[in-house]
Design a protein. Structure first.
Length: 604
């Protein structure tokens, strides 16, 4: 007599005649048992919608299949499996949820058991805790419903704090310990009289000298009273494109400690320095249709005067007031200050927030240099009577403010450089006696103080850097030593001098049309000598111009133009360092700090 096994298979007696139907039923049961025990489908095709050509007649509830995800077919979201065209059924994780992207990885094998209408992943772990990424220390991981998650709590390790002038707070995160620095030099004799630091009242008399602000060099810690020197190496920030076309005429003035106004061709834009060397630009303003020879004078941190030759109006000398609010620039109504051709040079300088000078070369059948007072009321302009300061062709006009009624002016006539003091009373300019033989073309001025100046130009016999010292006494200029620098070169008349600090200037120039060269120059007026330090070059495509503008004693901006763009970079130099034993002394630190901070330094 036949026997039915627990598996459902019918086992016939040795004397029974087995029918075809009984054999087929047994085979179906065996097939079902095999499917439930598990079959390997091999590599499945597709991504997310996976398919297999395994010869399956029908899906069997509880059947177990093992699949291998094909190369390049890691899932990108919810997925299905269709075996032998029997219909696509959802692939779910052990919790019955759709798979997140990347959970079914190419090249790996996964076991699934059919649970009615979907395949459930077998062999997943148990329950997870409540920890989330913000509760786990970085870079450790924690298991979650969605797989491993990396912790985000920062490991700050042991913290070290140097006492400073402001409160310092421990950062959020994991801390293994910490130290607040102490210093045996924190004694009354090292602290300026009248100042108390952490309860220690100072008794040190204050030094004498000119006070200047300097950034501290990398790796340096400077205490108040330390002797300091200054690094002459130059570093640069990343290039920043301000315009996607070349600009022939541009200038720049500092607005605040981190912003400047750049005027190029017929546009003006506010740029901002962040993180020390990163430049970002606001939206440019087109202040006129077509401008050349533009020169900008800062009236206040929110107002500037731009003087230019208006190419759409006979190249007449024209001026306009720009108003700055944040990074937004607006323009007043342009006014003509010279109604004849203004072909070669324009220079504007502010005397106060309501008065400026504009110097220019006028071409009215005969070229000559002239100057006018500009009076500013809101955005309205009026001009005084022109005073002629040179009766022949005048070019490369530059200026420096001595005080609100006196300006030092340099200019060139042919290959001869001149210097002169203008004095201003109301709207009248007095042109005092000029001095010639001050170099050649494009004289660049660094006013060391109200009575001393240093002028730089290209030496045309050697292409070297030539410097000349000037002494100013009232309206009289006396030419001092005129010498060639021991290093550095200028192979173009396109260069610009910016004053970083007392006795230190930065020369920005172009060389051979393919690089921008920058030189820090140390100036010793008393000895009538100067030293050109090693230059720093920035390789570029063909370059047409380079202009600098200073932000502080260590930071300046270099602007330049190529054939296809106009851009700017931050230059950093002149950092304060502690003087080594027996080394040169640049000054005495008034305040203390560490690398990157600014300190006040007394300079003789």
């Amino acid at each position: 007599m036949a026997q039915t096994l627990p598996s459902g298979i019918i086992l016939p007696d040795s004397n029974d005649n087995v029918t075809r139907a009984a054999n087929m039923a047994n085979l179906q049961k065996i097939n079902e048992l095999i499917l439930k025990a598990g079959v390997y489908l091999g590599e499945v095709a597709g991504t997310n919608i996976y398919t297999s050509d395994f010869p399956l007649d029908n899906y069997v509830d509880g059947m177990l299949v093992v699949i291998k995800i094909g190369t390049g077919h890691t899932n990108t979201g919810a997925s299905t499996l269709n075996i032998n065209g029997k219909g696509a059924l959802a692939l779910k994780n052990g919790k019955g949820l759709d798979f997140a992207a990347g959970k079914l990885e190419a090249g790996k094998q996964y076991p699934f058991r059919l649970n009615g209408t979907s395949f459930l992943l077998q062999g997943e772990g148990g329950e997870y805790g409540t920890a989330t990424a913000d509760k786990v220390l970085y870079p450790y991981t924690v298991g979650t419903e969605n797989g491993l998650v990396q912790g985000t709590i920062p490991n700050n390790g042991e913290l070290y704090y140097m006492p400073a002038s402001v409160e310092q707070y421990a950062p959020a995160g994991y801390i293994t310990g910490g130290v607040v620095a102490g210093d045996a030099d924190l004694v009354a004799g090292n602290i300026k009289a009248g100042v108390s630091i952490f309860g220690v009242n100072g008794t040190l008399p204050e030094p004498q000298g000119v006070l200047t602000n300097f950034a501290i060099d990398t790796g340096e810690t400077i205490a108040a009273g330390d002797f300091v020197r200054f690094s002459k190496s130059i570093s640069t920030g990343s290039a920043n494109t301000l315009a996607t076309s070349a600009s022939a005429y541009y200038s720049c003035v500092k607005l605040t400690a981190t912003t400047a106004l750049v005027v190029y061709d017929n546009k003006a834009v506010v740029i901002t320095i962040s993180s020390g060397t990163v430049i970002s630009a606001g939206t440019p303003l087109t202040y006129t249709t077509n401008a050349t020879l533009n020169s900008v004078a800062l009236l206040s941190s929110t107002k500037a005067l731009v003087c230019y030759a208006d190419s759409n109006n006979g190249a007449y000398g024209t001026a306009v007031v720009l108003t700055i609010s944040g990074t937004t620039v607006t323009a007043g109504t342009p006014s003509v200050f010279n109604s004849t051709l203004t072909p070669q040079s324009i220079c504007a300088i502010a005397l106060s927030d309501t008065k400026a000078l504009v110097m220019y070369c006028q071409d009215n059948s005969t070229k000559y240099g002239a100057v006018k007072v500009v009076t500013i009321s809101g955005t309205s302009l009026s001009f005084g009577t022109a005073a002629v300061f040179q009766s022949s062709d005048t070019s490369y006009i530059t200026s420096a403010l001595i005080n609100t009624s006196s300006v030092l002016v340099c200019y060139s006539v042919g290959a001869t450089g001149y210097a002169v003091v203008f004095t201003v009373s109301g709207t009248t300019v007095t042109v005092n006696t000029s001095v010639s033989g001050i170099g050649y073309y494009n004289l660049q001025i660094s006013l060391l103080n109200s009575t001393r100046a240093f002028v730089v130009c290209k030496d045309y016999s050697t292409s070297g850097i030539r410097g000349c010292f000037l002494t100013i006494s009232g309206t009289t200029i006396t030419k001092g030593a005129d010498a060639l620098g021991t290093s550095g070169s200028l192979d173009s008349v396109t260069y610009n001098l910016v004053t970083l600090a007392r006795n230190t200037v930065l020369l920005v120039s172009i060389q051979s049309g393919v690089r921008m060269a920058n030189y820090v120059i140390d100036v010793d007026y008393d000895k009538q000598t100067f030293v050109v330090n090693s230059g720093y070059s920035i390789s570029t495509p063909t370059i047409y111009g380079a202009v600098g503008a200073t932000f502080d004693s260590c930071t300046s901006i270099a602007m330049y133009t190529y054939t296809s763009l106009f851009g700017a970079r931050v230059l950093k130099t002149n950092y304060a360092k502690k003087t080594l034993a027996g080394g040169a002394i640049g000054g005495i630190a008034k305040t203390a700090g560490v690398a990157g901070q600014y300190i006040d330094v007394y300079m003789s």
